[in-house]
Design a binder for this molecule. Sequence first.
Ligand code: CA
Length: 246
Amino acid sequence: MNRPTSGDRGRHGTFTAFARRWSPVRVLVVEDDVSLGSVVQRGLVEDGHAVDLERTLAGARRALDISTYQLIVLDLGLPDGDGLQLCREVHRLDTPPRVLVLTARDAVGDKVLGLDAGADDYLTKPFDFAELNARVRALLRRPEHARTPLLEVGDVVLDPAAHTVKRGGVQVPLTAREFSLLHFLMDRAGQVVSRSDLLDAVWDANYDGLSNVVDVHVANLRRKLDLPGRPQPIDTVRGVGYRIGG
Ligand code: CA
């Protein structure tokens, strides 16, 4: 199942041209909906991949102990926990698989949390099977070095894959919400981001808790990012929202 090496190219030109478009890989599908899991598995097998199906986090962890996967298709709502937990765990492996998150929840907040947890892509249920196959192929084509680039604004560096933030080279411990807020702002460095955009992205569209929840979290984030003698990286744009950089 290995990709052909450069040495194979001259000898098997036709095969390599085919393999460059499409190389079968080992895929782990983690989905507790039995019929959906089977359909996804069958479709990926028909596309030529070797596919294992697990229905729980515990099962997925056992499978990952035994086999090396290039891709995990991961449901978030699992009977024994949240798929995002597994997403974070696989990034500590020596050769972390790509992760495609399947979520029934279409709230932007889940997508942001999924991408923050190290997911490479996500698909909202119900999805078209052709779309799943297209996303899988696109993920497997993406070169290793193109994965999760660091975000840098001034001396603030956010690593989406490692889920870490540093300011001036020193690690800043953040909560998951604070990390998501900062990630969202840094993705849009130089632009003013409104409170309602932040609320939609980091909480979810139906959040009806405290109206000042964004301000409270941004205030905590600013306090944690504070470095004596350096300017505060997050600006308040009065009456509009927040901006980092620019
Ligand atoms: Ca589920």
